[in-house]
Design a protein around this ligand. Sequence first.
Ligand SMILES: C[S@@+](CC[C@H](N)C(=O)[O-])C[C@H]1O[C@@H](n2cnc3c(N)ncnc32)[C@H](O)[C@@H]1O
Length: 206
Amino acid sequence: MSKIAVVGLGPGHTDYILPKALSAIAQSDIVIAGKRNLESIDVSGKATFIVGNNLSQMIEFINDNRDSKKISVVVSGDTGFYSMLRYLKKYFGAEELDVITGISSMQYMFARIGQSWEDAYLGSLHGRKSEFIEKVKEYDKVGLLTDNKWTPDKIATELLINGIDQKIMYVGENLSYENEKITKGSIEQFAEKKEYHICVVVISNE
Ligand SMILES: C[S@@+](CC[C@H](N)C(=O)[O-])C[C@H]1O[C@@H](n2cnc3c(N)ncnc32)[C@H](O)[C@@H]1O
């Protein structure tokens, strides 16, 4: 039985997929991934399983196939930063997984705005309750993954409600894709209601 590869795809564009990730995917019979990630890779001739709201079926599917097939579970960004790896570890031991890291959307975002991140607080509001206000007060730089509940305008509004109006905010939308958009402005500017696609937010003292 071969190990289940857990492959970080990077922010999305093929230019940012590591060669090691591509070869793990190429060697797989089955690729398991969300729809956006599947669109970034060549899965011709392979069986696929699209991940959505079906995580227990995914585990069943892996268990039904892992004896005879080589499987890759492809996740966005880095495998160690708010990815499916944590969920997979509930079912499979470290020795059953071959984890291949990728470039995180957060790492990519800091590079694009020309800032280092070793001194930043990095977190996620993706499906989580907000505790970020204290972190923004405490740290000079905070990087946040967002979701469709915690959008940049909601984050900015929450910051203003908590009296934080002197920081600079960056919003990185569709990072690495052709339609990438990175904007910089005051908290007040971002508080205006707006529609966003996938985003990373950085809040900093400048
Ligand atoms: C489940 S988390 C996965 C994070 C991933 N492991 C990483 O290291 O980037 C999904 C969140 O990552 C961020 N994200 C991932 N890819 C992105 C991209 N290309 N552009 C902007 N944000 C992205 C968004 O905040 C999205 O809601």
